[in-house]
Every structure is written in C-alpha cells, then in structure tokens.
Design a protein around this ligand. Structure first.
Ligand code: 3HC
Length: 312
C-alpha cells in the first residue's frame, strides 16, 4: 500500500519546488502558472528591478485570472492572489534555490554562453536527481546539456512555453538523445497539472510551433516587401480568412521584432541553404531603428502604453 496522505493532491510529476531563472515575460508567466498549481517557486534574477517588475506583472495577471474564476467575489479574488503570491519567492541569490530545487527552469535571455554557465554552475549545486529544463525557443537543448555532467543529461530537456503563458494552453517538451523517458513522463505530468497540453518534439530548430510560425511571419514580411498587399489587409486576411486571433504583423509586434530576428539570424547562419530561414531587410531595418514592436510602442503598428493606436 502506498501512503494515502497526499492522494488528494494533484499529481505534479513528483515536483514540489521549482526554481526559475529569469524574471522576464516568460519566467514570470511560468512562475505564475506553476505557483497557481500549488508548487513552491523560487524566481531568480540578477536584476532587482526585473524582480520588482515581475512582482507587479504577476500580481496583475493573477488578478485577471482570478477575476474570471470568481467574477462577483472580490474576497475570493484577493485570497487567490495572496495564496499564489505567497508561493513565489523572489531572489537575486541563486545558491539555496538551486540546492532545494526538484526542477530548474532556465528562462533567461537567448544567449548561449550565459545559459551554459548557468547550467554548469547549477549542475554542481543541485541535487543529483534534480531535472533541468530550458525554455529556449531557438537554441539547441543538446548543446546546452553539454554544460552538465553525463548523469544530469538523462534529466535534461526542453520545456517551451508560449506568450502569454497564463492563457496559452501548450507546452512543448523537447528531448535529446540523452533524455530519459521517465524524466519526460514526469514533465508531461507537470504540464497537465498546470493546465497545459504537453506535446513531444525532437531537439530541432524551432521545435513545432516556431518552426511553422516564424517562417510564416517572415513570409508575411516578404509579401509586404514585394508590394503584394498591405499590413492591415494581410492581418485581416489571416484573422478573418484563417481564424487566427492575430494577423502576422500584429503577432510579430507582440512577440517582438528583435526576438524573431534573433531566431532567423541563428537559423540562417546554421542552415544557409534553407529558403524559409532567410532574413528580411525590412525587418532588419525596423530593429536597427529600435522599432521592436509593442514593447517600444512602435513596430509594424504604433502603440501607446502597449495598446494599438487605431489606424496606425
Ligand atoms: N495574464 C492573464 N490573462 C490574460 C493575459 C495575461 N498576461 N493576457 C490576456 N489574458 C486574458 C484576458 O484577461 C482575457 O480574458 P477575459 O476575456 O476573461 O478577460 C483573455 O485572455 C483574452 O484577452 P483579451 O480580451 O485582452 O484579448 P484577445 O482576445 O485578443 O486575446 C491573446 C489576447 C490571448 C494574446 C490572443 O490575441 C492570442 O492568442 N494571440 C496569439 C498569441 C500567440 O500566438 N502566442 C504565441 C506567440 S509565439 C511564442 O510565444 C513562442 C516564443 O518562443 C516566441
């Protein structure tokens, strides 16, 4: 007979304490959904200002979710918010958080040397059975796992979330040749416990979603560059003709033009013969001008405080 004391608790794949590196948009969103499922979260960042921003953005996002669940009950909203926030521990000091983690999620900037040094350090401090994952959208999981010991590589995978994390229902679970099936099973169980549908993919450029989405976004930019159709007409087409929630230019602005440029630059350097991975001059010039999309209030459209300016 197994112990029955925890039998009512949802199965989280055996993960209780999750340490997340990087408190930007993705790290904050992941912290929120993991804490909402009842797990303890350590959210680590080198920048105190980033943690302060994360505290504010997680609080307001948790409020949005809680309001949907407890529409007419402000007390229930307040208690859900304080309950979830009490499980998120923010710090600039990683060591204790690494030692106590069952799962370490890396969600720092897409900089391979920085990720390698983080994983190398964590490998030395973490428990031998702790699972390591990266939320990278475009770098190789196998390359990252090389920063860790051979035994850790059995517990090393990709766990790729989508923006906005509290809303998007998918997580890509990426395996390398070294990842143990039992580790992948645990990660898939965790995904279900946080309300997400896990999908499995090999360690290939862009995995599933970005391998399809990023070339599509660039095809839209190339269509514009050729003068075939306008930004609003291409966006209206994909919303009303294909049922997408956002058109490609609105989505590119939302994801960040620097982000999609970074992805394509990496792919085109690695696979120079793949036509779909070719960079775009128009996109490069927007990024060079500092027009990165919603976050700079200017991309293919103009924004004010993150809101689309009508007719822009
Ligand atoms: N936190 C909590 N809830 C949020 C939220 C957040 N950050 N953002 C939106 N929501 C909720 C809203 O509260 C709202 O719920 P309600 O109707 O009950 O109030 C609901 O989501 C819908 O939001 P809005 O009404 O504000 O706006 P939309 O209906 O236009 O939805 C959207 C916004 C969910 C962003 C939708 O436009 C969408 O799905 N867009 C496509 C997003 C996408 O493709 N993401 C993937 C990008 S690729 C990626 O992330 C990978 C990376 O590696 C590049």
């Amino acid at each position: 007979r197994t112990m029955s004391s925890a039998s009512d608790a949802p199965n989280t794949g055996g993960f209780q304490t999750v340490t997340i590196f990087g408190s930007g948009l993705m790290g904050s969103g992941i912290a929120q959904v993991v804490a909402a499922a009842g797990l303890k979260v350590n959210l680590i960042d080198t920048q105190p200002a980033s943690l302060e921003r994360a505290q504010k953005s997680i609080t307001s996002s948790v409020q949005r979710v809680a309001k949907r669940q407890h529409a007419e009950n402000p007390e229930a909203v307040a208690s859900a918010v304080s309950d979830i926030m009490s499980r998120i521990h923010m710090s600039t000091e990683p060591d204790a958080a690494i030692r106590e983690a069952d799962l370490i999620i890396e969600a720092i900037a897409e900089n391979l040397p920085a990720k390698l040094s983080l994983f190398q350090k964590a490998d030395q401090l973490a428990r031998p059975d702790a699972v390591f994952v990266s939320n990278t959208s475009s770098l190789s999981i196998a390359e990252m796992s090389q920063a860790t010991s051979a035994s850790r590589r059995a517990h090393f995978a990709g766990l790729h979330f989508f923006n906005p994390v509290p809303v998007m229902g998918l997580v890509e679970v990426i395996h390398t040749a070294d990842t143990e099936p039992a580790t992948l099973d645990r990660l898939r169980t965790l995904c279900k416990a946080i309300g997400k549908r896990p999908v499995s993919c090999r360690d290939t450029p862009g995995f599933i979603v970005n391998r399809l989405l990023v070339p599509y976004l660039f095809e839209a930019v190339r269509m514009l560059e050729r003068g075939d159709a306008s930004v609003p007409d291409i966006d209206a087409s994909m919303k009303l003709g294909a049922g997408h929630p956002m058109g490609p230019f609105q989505l590119a602005d939302y994801v960040g033009l620097d982000t999609i440029k970074f992805v394509v630059d990496g792919w085109s350097a690695k696979y120079p013969d793949v036509e779909l991975f070719r960079p775009s001059e128009l996109l490069n010039s927007l990024v060079a001008a500092g027009h990165l999309g919603v976050k700079t209030n200017q991309g293919f459209y103009s924004y004010e405080n993150g809101q689309l300016v009508k007719g822009s």
